[in-house]
Ligand binder design. Sequence first.
Ligand code: ATP
Length: 570
Amino acid sequence: MIRSLTTLLGASFRRQLAITAVYAVLQGLTFALLVPVLRALLGGQSATGWLTVFAAVVAATAVAHYIQSRYGYAVGLSAMRGLFHRIGDHVATLPVGWFSGDRVGRLGQLAGKGVMDVMSVPAHLMQVLVTAVVTPATVLVCMLFFDWRLALAALATAPLIWLAFRWTAALVQRNDAAVHDAAAEAGDRVVEFAQQQAVLRAFGRTSEGFDLLDKALARQRTALRRLLGTALPGLGAVALSVQLAFTVTLIAGCALALGGSVDVPELAGVLVLAVRFTEPLLAAADVGAELRLARGSLARVNELLSTPALPEPGSPKEPAVPSVELEDVGFSYGDAPVLHEVSFTVAPGTMTALVGPSGSGKTTLTRLIARFWDTGSGTVRVGGQDVRELSTERLMGMVSMVFQDVYLFEGSVEDNIRLGRPAATDDEVRAAGRAARVDEIVERLPGGWQTRVGEGGATLSGGERQRVSIARALLKDAPIVLLDEATAALDPENEAALVDALSALARERTLLVIAHRLQTIARADQIVVLEAGRVAELGTHDELLTRDGRYAAFWRERSRAQGWRLAGRA
Ligand SMILES: Nc1ncnc2c1ncn2[C@@H]1O[C@H](COP(=O)(O)OP(=O)(O)OP(=O)(O)O)[C@@H](O)[C@H]1O
């Protein structure tokens, strides 16, 4: 752990270790000086000399303690700031696809509590740990000068104490990961429980609770109970071995005193020393739990920081025309293959509709084009260049994405549109808003363009949120648009507005649409039918209807549901 911290925190941590070691040596000397002081006092000699030395060392120890505490907090604070920056900088380089599942929740936990755990090492725990080793070692060396036999008696128990510490650590480590996972899961479930109140209440799940949360809390309880059960014998062994060190020194001292080879004042001094000598060891056992937490958090911070960033090309290429091309693209989430040998081209200025059953890989495919992940096999080209050879900035400049599930940020409608191009003027923002028919939404909002939309855009409907997101894409003015059309049934007014907004977006742009509405599909220049991650059919609407394959069946079924005729076109 010390090696990881030195790598992570650098020279300041090494300096802090040195300062703490000086403090621990001084503390050991303070304890050791009790022997000559007591010997002088109890033996009836003048103690002034030793008392002066003792007072000087106590004063030096107090100064060292002050310096090491202040420095420890300073290092802890700068470690906290440094870690926040490093985590932030690194997270910004990770593939967007990394931020899925429960990773966001766990990242939040790591950036909050995890960083505080790591900070507690230089701020507080390091002192306890260093003094647990250096202070008793200093005392032992001093004891050698007073009476080497008593020193050896105390030293004889050191391997036992060390073994007891190692055993406890091994016992606890076995369950530590399970306790952390259970705590993280319980945290995720609590957040989910709070966020999904509307859904839970709609299904009447308020009184008996939320099964997933109950189970997560029960698992956490079990993991903690198991940890306590396994750790207790170890903690007992540590306390016993430390007491044994004291007892062995006591017995050896008494035996030597009875034999007449140690005088009583010296024995009293050494025994006081033995008591003090065990204090730092017991203190180290007390902070064991905090230390393990810090070690676990440190491991997770290191794991995050070593997650490979999205590789950026050394000499990025320039895209030529706004085209998208997929060649034999294959992709898996972990071991689960999702796309196989997908090939098609979206020519500049044309619109391609992507259709297929749920789970066939449509969303994944659009995300590979925006390089949320890199493909497992094959190549994705934008503007004729492999996306891996374009800088992220250039690729993002080429592509706008309009998601189905649009997230708006806590801010005004205008702020949310401006996200598409932060440098845009107010007029440009409003022009994009008007083109996407956001102006109609704004008219009925109390604060107009400045109305705050609430976290996630909670004060707007799904269709309205998508219109804001289309305005964002219009303002960004990227030549390629990847669009996931809303599946939710919209009221006729919203639907008409959305169609207008999309038409504005489609003008003079290259469009790849995950299409759900028949009007959109029928208007496409090319239709790609995905099935189980493969291109099942590809062609124009008329060609595919004539082929009378999967697309024709899909079209017939949807048309029936919507009251359309088989050959109907928008
Ligand atoms: N982040 C992820 N991690 C693991 N598996 C995923 C992830 N995202 C999607 N999948 C899986 O990949 C497969 C394809 O999902 P994808 O969302 O691309 O399909 P889709 O055709 O867009 O579906 P839908 O129309 O329902 O949105 C599904 O089996 C899905 O469970």
